[in-house]
Design a protein around this ligand. Structure first.
Ligand code: NAP
Length: 285
């Protein structure tokens, strides 16, 4: 039987339509959600990510500002810029597009963002809150993955989730979120021995490696929910995921395609976080 395709693009469009309505009703109450993105230097990939984020904000009515600074900016100047945004009541989300030039300490910069405005969810306090299960702004890609699984209609509780990858931006936080949803979680990485023996036990398999088609159909438990976070490219430069999609969809119960699966959810959750942050920072209104 062929898997149900989890269409991230459609879920993202539904969520953005709902957020657009929410932004309009917040504006009627005098609350205008605002996101500021700091872009340093002229890295083409960063420029295109920032452009996509600004466009997505515009589509749903979030006021967005892109602050461009050249690669020669000093760390002090960048920190002062963040302080200014932290103080600005019209800014509810602050995002520093990574990577930063080598002379700037990324940790110092991310730590300077106010936790209340940390819409990327990378601040150590946000991460700490995630670990202890306290309310916080969640990192966008992992948050999007949980939304996709929930919206498939399947219960996460009690399932065995295997997460491949242990990065701070995807693997670790998605594992924590699955644990919070009462899954039994196994985290695999490059030193894991006999990975297929683990993936074959996974009711939920999340692959965040970046190694095109390395998860084969025979390594997937029949009926599993397969979430492919990988963004690799094939020999023709076409975007492809970690999972051998065509074969895997004949075994899995649910599967995300690449492109059109996890990808569109990331910016959507950034929009969601900005709206949540605006509501919280204006809860007195
Ligand atoms: P990363 O920091 O490079 O982490 C990759 C992880 O994969 C590491 O933990 C690594 O293990 C593990 N790994 C590498 N080879 C392995 C193997 N043979 N078997 C098992 N584990 C292996 O990457 P990332 O930032 O988490 O991103 C992962 C992928 O997701 C990339 O393709 C990225 O482009 C994509 N991504 C997509 C989105 C989206 O919105 N769709 C967002 C973020 C990332 P070690 O820790 O032992 O090295």
């Amino acid at each position: 039987m062929s898997a149900k395709i989890i269409k991230g693009k459609e879920v993202a469009a539904e969520m953005r339509a709902a957020l657009k309505e929410e932004v309009a009703s917040l504006k009627e109450k005098g609350i205008s959600p605002g996101l500021s993105v700091i872009l340093i230097g002229d890295n083409p990939a960063s420029q295109s990510y920032v452009k996509a984020k600004a466009r997505a904000c515009e589509e749903i009515g979030i006021v967005s500002e892109v602050i461009k600074r050249d690669a020669g900016i000093t760390e002090e100047e960048l920190l002062a810029e963040i302080d200014r945004l932290n103080e600005n009541p019209n800014v509810h989300g602050i995002l520093v597009q990574l990577p930063l030039p080598k002379h700037i300490n990324e940790k110092e910069v991310l730590n300077r963002i106010s936790v209340q405005k940390d819409v990327d969810g990378f601040h150590p306090v946000s991460v700490g809150n995630l670990v202890i299960g306290d309310e916080c702004l969640l990192p966008c890609t992992p948050y999007g993955i949980i939304e996709l699984i929930k919206r498939s209609g399947e219960d996460i509780s009690g399932k065995h989730a295997v997460v491949i990858g242990r990065s701070n931006i995807v693997g670790k936080p998605v594992a924590l979120l699955l644990l919070q949803e009462n899954a039994t979680v196994t985290i695999a990485h490059s030193r894991t021995q006999d990975l297929p023996s683990l993936t074959k036990q996974a009711d939920i398999l999340v692959s965040a490696v970046g190694n095109p088609r390395f998860i084969k159909a025979e390594d997937i438990k029949p009926g599993a929910i397969v979430i492919d976070v990988g963004n690799g490219t094939d020999e023709n430069g076409k975007l492809i995921g970690d999972v051998d999609y065509e074969a895997a969809k004949e075994v899995a119960g649910y599967i995300t395609p690449v492109p059109g699966g996890v990808g569109p959810m990331t910016i959507t959750m950034l929009l969601n976080n900005t709206v949540e942050s605006a509501k919280k920072l204006n809860s007195h209104k």
